[in-house]
Write a protein that binds this ligand. Structure first.
Ligand SMILES: CC(C)(COP(=O)(O)OP(=O)(O)OC[C@H]1O[C@@H](n2cnc3c(N)ncnc32)[C@H](O)[C@@H]1OP(=O)(O)O)[C@@H](O)C(=O)NCCC(=O)NCCS
Length: 167
């Protein structure tokens, strides 16, 4: 098994795996409804979506785990600047390991690859998007040494704002 930076040729397989992980995670919400969901919405899901894949590709902070052309896992990360008092912050957007290959240390190695490269590129801190009920992911980050300080981020969808007056 090899952990290496993501390449353009990985797009189809990594997209497939990321969608599999997203469907699995939101199983309860989208069970049996996948085919009825709007295509445009589905295309926008995940870091491997057409609108963000190239940015992750070029950033050099996203990795895949592969063996004999089999896509075993992925991690999508990028560098953010001047947020949370950090000049360079490594942001882990999403990661996943194919169910068949889980609990073999692949997730841990993917995270390590992104963090090592993040440090090399100047990151002083790393943040990750984790759903509060995603136990596997919480355990993985804990094992790595992350801590969760229950910081909440206020969110506003600027697409919905249209021509409305702000405030
Ligand atoms: C989270 C995920 C990426 C972990 O990948 P993995 O390759 O199975 O993880 P690893 O084998 O490297 O596990 C490393 C550590 O994480 C923790 N961990 C991983 N899976 C766990 C589980 N099911 N239960 C409890 N702890 C778990 C353990 O501490 C484990 O160390 P150990 O095996 O020595 O006990 C994988 O379960 C996955 O793809 N889940 C679905 C997608 C997802 O939720 N992605 C995260 C979005 S942020």
């Amino acid at each position: 098994m090899e952990i290496r930076p993501i390449k353009l040729k990985d797009l189809v397989k990594v997209r497939e795996l990321e969608i599999l992980c997203i469907k699995e995670y939101f199983e309860k919400e989208i069970r049996n409804k996948w085919n009825d969901l709007p295509q445009e919405w589905k295309e926008g899901l995940g870091a491997s979506s057409p609108r963000s894949f190239r940015m992750y590709l070029e950033g050099g902070l996203s990795f895949v785990a592969v063996e004999d052309d089999e896509m075993m896992g992925f991690i999508f990360a990028q560098m953010l600047h001047h947020v949370y008092n950090a000049e360079n912050l490594l942001w882990v957007e999403n990661m996943g390991v194919h169910p068949y290959f889980r609990r073999n240390g692949i997730g841990f190695k993917l995270l390590r690859a992104a963090i090592e490269e993040g440090r090399r590129q100047g990151a002083t801190v790393a943040h990750a998007a984790i759903q509060p009920d995603n136990l596997r992911s919480i355990m993985l980050y804990k094992k790595f040494g992350f801590f969760m300080d229950r910081r909440e981020v206020a969110l506003m969808d600027l697409n919905d704002l249209g021509k409305k007056k702000i405030g």
